[in-house]
Design a protein around this ligand. Structure first.
Ligand code: SF4
Length: 329
């Protein structure tokens, strides 16, 4: 019987899931996903984490619990850095320890460290370490990783073309040819806040139904994001922060969007800085309406709906009556 590797549908899931699924399946394992987020998963996560944790970390714990009795291993890597000379949120770095100390009766965690600040040799060793849970055959692990990278770049290409991974399944948001589009909105935020339809309260499908054309950072070239992020006075050394800020600046300065919605989690230190830097930039540009949606485990859908409707109405009113001039004077 194949070894079962559980992959929780949270945090890095929407960025890297296709890579690791291909990797472990090529090695002969069966990959088991947790269910899409629901109330039960959220409640289990909330119950098994400290109050201070941000919503995505709580949700992640819920997904681990959802998997723990169904698999031989749970994939919870210790992600320190995914680009040279950059870091990601400290909560990712301490995730295996947090999970290990918060949840009882776990199967073994695949908790290998990923750190692009270390040498190339170290990265090679890292890949082997991920593979050793299934096989000691180094050649096979190397091949599995090559296949995984291939699948990962196809995945990125799909996202760039407007197929977005809502709950891990592609949904076509490439509706640029639709003549009935009301407005064009950029949605910016961490992938786990945006593409988890339970925590985002189905924002994407709501906007699609409302005839709003959506654009997201995943649809922009990496080089373009970097170019705009480099306009900041200081280098942003958080990789996710650089991506969000660079793409927001690009949307505000170049793309013809009518507004930007930023989805942030309550208690996220990184978001509090990014969102503030972006808001200042948008006000300086003076032309892009900006809506901040902060979500936590108590957020109510009705309140979020009202704010989105008011935002869309304001954009339409502005187009009709202000000739798109800034409402800030
Ligand atoms: S970046 Fe923010 S939301 Fe994401 S894990 Fe870190 S604190 Fe939580």
């Amino acid at each position: 019987m194949a070894i079962k590797v559980g992959i929780p549908r949270g945090l890095w899931f929407y960025d890297y899931y296709p890579l690791w699924k291909t990797f472990y399946e090529y090695l002969g394992a069966e990959v088991v996903l947790s269910r899409p987020t629901n109330k039960q998963i959220l409640d289990m996560g909330v119950k098994n984490t400290v109050d201070e944790a941000c919503l995505p970390v709580k949700v992640f714990h819920g997904h681990v619990i959802d998997l723990k009795d169904k698999v031989d291993y749970i994939f919870v890597p210790k992600i320190m850095s995914v680009y040279e000379k950059e870091y990601i949120c400290p909560k990712f770095c301490g995730l295996p320890e947090m999970v290990f100390h918060s949840i009882k009766d776990l199967p073994q965690l695949i908790d290998v460290e990923i750190n692009f600040n270390k040498s190339r040799k170290n990265l090679e060793e890292t890949i082997y370490k991920f593979g050793y849970y299934i096989t000691r055959d180094k050649e096979k692990i190397k091949k599995a990783y090559e296949k995984a990278l291939e699948n990962y770049s196809n995945y990125k290409m799909k996202l760039r073309n407007g197929y977005l991974p809502i709950d891990g399944k592609f949904v076509d948001f490439n509706n640029k040819l639709d003549k009935n589009i009301r407005s064009r909105i950029a949605i910016v935020g961490h992938t786990y806040n945006m593409y988890d339809s339970y925590t985002s309260m189905n924002l994407f499908n709501k906007l699609k139904k409302d005839k709003v054309d959506i654009t997201v950072p995943e649809m922009i070239d990496f080089e373009i994001i970097n170019k705009y992020a480099n306009e900041l006075e200081k280098k942003m050394f958080w990789s996710f922060g650089r991506k969000l800020l660079g793409s927001s600046m690009y949307f505000a300065q170049v793309q013809n969007v009518d507004g930007i919605i930023y989805i942030s989690s309550f208690g996220c230190g990184i978001d509090s800085i990014i969102q503030d830097l972006f808001e200042r930039n948008a006000r300086k540009q003076g032309k892009i309406p900006f809506l901040l949606l902060t979500i936590d485990e108590h957020s109510g859908e009705a309140g979020i709906n009202t704010r989105i409707e008011a935002f869309l109405d304001m954009i339409e009113w502005r187009k009709r009556n202000e000739g798109n001039l800034s409402a800030h004077g």
